[in-house]
Ligand binder design. Sequence first.
Ligand code: G16
Length: 543
Amino acid sequence: MHVKTITTTPFSDQKPGTSGLRKAVSVFQQAHYLENFVLAVFDTLGNVSGKTLVIGGDGRYYNREAIQIIIKMAVAAGFGRLLVGKGGLLSTPAVSCVIRKHRAFGGLVLSASHNPGGPDGDFGIKYNIQNGGPAPEKVTEAIFQRSKALAKYRIAETPDVDLDRLGKSEAGSTAIEIIDPVADYADLMESLFDFAAIRKHIAAGFRVKFDAMHAITGPYAREILVNRLSAPQDCLLNATPLPDFGGGHPDPNLVHAKELVDMMFRADGPDFGAASDGDGDRNMIVGKQMFVTPSDSLAMIAANSTCAPGYSKGIRGIARSMPTSQAADVVAKKLGVPCFETPTGWKFFGNLMDADKVTLCGEESFGTGSDHVREKDGLWAVLFWLNILAVRRQSVADIVRGHWREYGRHYYTRHDYEEVEAEKATALINQLRSSLASLTGRRYGRFRIVLSDDFSYKDSVDGSESHQQGIRVIFEDSSRIVYRLSGTGTKGATLRVYLERFEADNSRHDQPTQAALKELIDIADDIAGIRRHTGRDQPDVIT
Ligand code: G16
C-alpha cells in the first residue's frame, strides 16, 4: 500500500466551538480543509499505532466523502482498527456507546448537529476521547494550536471502502470493519429500560409519535420503537435520513418540530410525542397539550429515575449547564444528592461522570443524558419518559403538573437572536461585562439584583478552569437572566438570553410562559440594550 504525502498550508479558523468544528459545507470542501483538521487531531493524539478509531456521522451532505478521506488518513497514521457505521451513519450517542463497548481509543463524529444540511448547509467534525465523550477543552485547544502549524499530511492510496456492506477488510496494517450502527446502541437501551412494561403500555393503546426530522435517529427509532417495542409503523415521522434533512432544520424545538407540536396540541392528538436532532443527541418531549421544557424534563427524570431498571438504585448526583433552570437543583436537594453547575457544553460533564459524582446530566438546549454513555442522548430521554409513563400510568400533563405542585414551577424560556453582526453582539456583551459591578443592588420594579457576574468554572476533578462562560444576573427571589453568545453557529453571532423565574404558588402554575416571564423579558432588554445593539425588535427563536 502506498502512502502519499501532500503539502498543505494552515487555515486560521479551525478552532473547535462548543461542540467541535462547524462550518458551511463549502468551507469543508476547500482543498485540504478537512484533511488539515483531521491531521491536527491525529497529531494531537500522539502515537495511534495499533489503536481503534470509531468513525460515523449523521448522514448529512458530504458525510460519505469525508469518511473516505478520514479512513485513508487513519490508515496512513497507522491505526490498527477502524469501526465505521454502515452507510457512514452513527448517531452521536451511538459513537459514544461503540467507543466504550469496543474499548476504542476514540472516535470522529461527523455532524453539525441541529444545523441545516445540504450543499448550502453546514458540516462539522468532532473528536471524542476514550471515555466516549467530547474531547475536553485542553484537547480541543491543542488541536487548534496544531492546526495552525501544519505543512503536510499523509494519506493512503487505497480504493474507497464499500460503506454499505457489513464486514471486514484490510488496508495496509489497518483492519476496517463496517458495523451495524444501531445494534450496540439498541442493546444498551434495552439493558437500561423496562421494555416489557413499555411494550405492554403501548399495546394497551398508549399512542406515541416520534419525529426523526429526516436525520440520524430514523433507523434507531425503527429498531427500538417499532421492532423491539412493537409500536405501530406510523408512530415514526420523517424516519428516513436524508443528506439535506428534507430541506428542514433538524432542531427538535417548538419552532422547527412544528408538525409534531401541532399534532400534540390537537384534542385527539397522541399521548406522547418526541423528536430528535441531526445527530440524535438532542430530544424534545411533548405530552398531549403539554410541552415539557428540557430543564423540567431533567428534573422530572431525576425525580422519577427509580422507575427505570437501570436506575433503580437511585442516582448519585445531577449536573446541569449554568443557563439550564434550577428545577433539577430542587429535586437533587430533596433526594439528598449533589447538583453541579457547569458551563454550556456536554464536554464539561465527562469528568463528573467518570469520577462517579453524577448519574444524570442535562442542558436547556434540549440535551439530557446519563453515565450510560458520555454524550447527551435523544432516544435515551424518550425511552426514560416512556418507562416512567408505563410505570406511573398517568398522562405527561398529570406528571408535569404533579411535579410542579410538589417542587414548585421554574418558568423558563430562551430567546435567540440569530445572525447578529458579530461586532454588534460583541459590543453588547462587552458593555454588559463592564457594567457588572454597578448592577448588583440595582432594583427593576419588584426585582432586585443580588449578584451579577461572568460565570467561571473550576472542574472539581482535574482543577481546570473556564472563564467568561456567560453573564448571569441573579435576583433576590432567585429569578435569573443569563446572556451568552452561542458557540455552535456558523453565520454571524447568535445571542442567547435565558430567563427563569420560580413560582411556588400552585394556583399560579398555569400561566403562559412568555406572560409569566414578561417583566424579566423587559428587564433583560433594559439591562443589556438588546434592541439598541442588535436593531432587533424580537428574538428569531423562542424556546
Ligand atoms: C452543543 C453542545 C451542547 C450545547 C449546545 C448549545 O449541542 O454539545 O452542550 O448546550 O451545543 O451550545 P451553544 O449555546 O453554544 O450554541 P449540539 O446538539 O449542537 O451538539
